[in-house]
Design a protein around this ligand. Structure first.
Ligand code: SF4
Length: 342
């Protein structure tokens, strides 16, 4: 984003009203600008033709629309596309578009890197370089080739959403507000490792689907691969989730990456089912994609199937997630940000 002129995308109606008031524009101008930005999707302030010429000129002195095209796009043989955007100095961010029959899901990044340091994740292993603003998040959604045809958004790219929650919440507001994209929250999923304070806010102040990264039901094992377990215990996360209703429109899913001989035993499946009892959670079993520095391989297909069947037999809906975009380093846990990858 231009350091001199601020982007208008990423601003909510209240912020736009602050800008128009400061410029002595009529009260309704904020709604007009939101409409140009998020509904008509203009790329230049000059195209906002129901604002006076004077108002457009004044606005353009301090602001730009703020859309920035991706730096690169890599396409997988399975149709998945990985877009690279400029993130913060020294670190790019990545967004992944996953086509699936009549769906086009965009996986967005909310941080350039991540502070959570999960051992099995390339983003975490490459450290943290900064937060992405709401403008940077919205830009990913508006600037991919498939933007107009996206059916779903998942906050599962680089970064932990509860560690940059103000920007994530503002993006959710823009995506779901009638003056914004007017999307149903049912089309959006936010994935978190379970910072309880942030998770509670997400649960109370939005209606989006929630995904929790679990990966093992045993605290000791989780502590070894996910340092967050030292601060926010999974049992407390589950306790919190039990207070919310996931039996209807809002969905709760559990992300469970499977490593051969580490977390794929019947004992793990039984303990996971016990832990999830009463939560209405569905489990996504995820194949592990090898990354440097983490000594593990993915569980074999028959082990994953057996694990899934055990969960299903214990009353927990579980599915094995199809692996997408591995050839372009776009699959789960593989996003890095190009600069650091080099
Ligand atoms: S898995 Fe998520 S929370 Fe953990 S390091 Fe990677 S991006 Fe961060």
């Amino acid at each position: 984003m231009s350091p001199q002129r601020q982007p208008l995308i990423g601003k909510n109606l209240e912020e736009l009203a602050g800008i128009t008031a400061e410029m002595a524009m009529p009260r309704f101008a904020a709604a007009q600008i939101a409409d140009w930005l998020y509904v008509k999707r203009v790329s230049d302030i000059e195209q906002m033709t129901n604002l006076s010429k004077k108002a457009r000129a004044a606005l353009a002195e301090k602001y730009t629309v703020g859309r920035e095209a991706p730096l690169e796009c890599h396409r997988s043989s399975d149709g998945t596309a990985k877009y690279i955007f400029s993130g913060v100095p020294g670190r790019n961010i990545e967004a992944v578009m996953i086509p699936d029959r009549d769906r086009a899901t965009l996986c967005v990044s909310c941080q350039a890197g991540c502070r959570m340091n999960c051992a099995f994740c390339m983003t975490g292993r490459n450290g943290f370089d900064g937060n992405i603003t709401a403008a940077g998040i919205i830009n990913q959604i508006m600037s991919v080739d498939e933007s107009e045809n996206l059916t779903n958004i998942v906050f599962m790219g680089m970064g932990e959403p509860t560690d940059n929650l103000d920007a994530v919440m503002k993006s959710l507001e823009i995506l779901t507000a009638p003056w914004g994209f007017a999307w149903s929250p049912k089309r959006i999923t936010v994935s978190t490792i379970g910072n309880i304070k942030g998770l509670r806010r997400l649960l109370d102040q939005s209606k989006v689907h929630i995904a929790i990264s679990v990966h093992t039901p045993f605290a000791e094992e989780r502590r070894n691969i996910m340092p967050v377990e030292n601060t926010w215990h999974l049992t407390d996360v589950m306790e919190l989730l039990r207070q919310y209703d996931f039996s209807g429109q809002r969905r709760l899913s559990v992300e469970y990456t499977m490593w051969a001989g580490k977390n794929d035993s019947p004992k793990h499946a039984t303990a996971l089912a016990r832990m999830l009892r009463g939560t209405d959670a569905r489990v996504n079993l995820i194949r592990f994609h090898k990354i440097p520095g983490f000594d593990a391989t993915s569980s074999p297909e028959n082990t994953m199937t057996a694990f899934r069947d055990t969960l299903n037999s214990l009353g927990i809906t579980a599915t094995i997630r199809a692996s997408r975009g591995e050839d372009i380093m776009a699959a789960c846990g593989m996003l890095a940000g190009k600069d650091k990858q080099k």
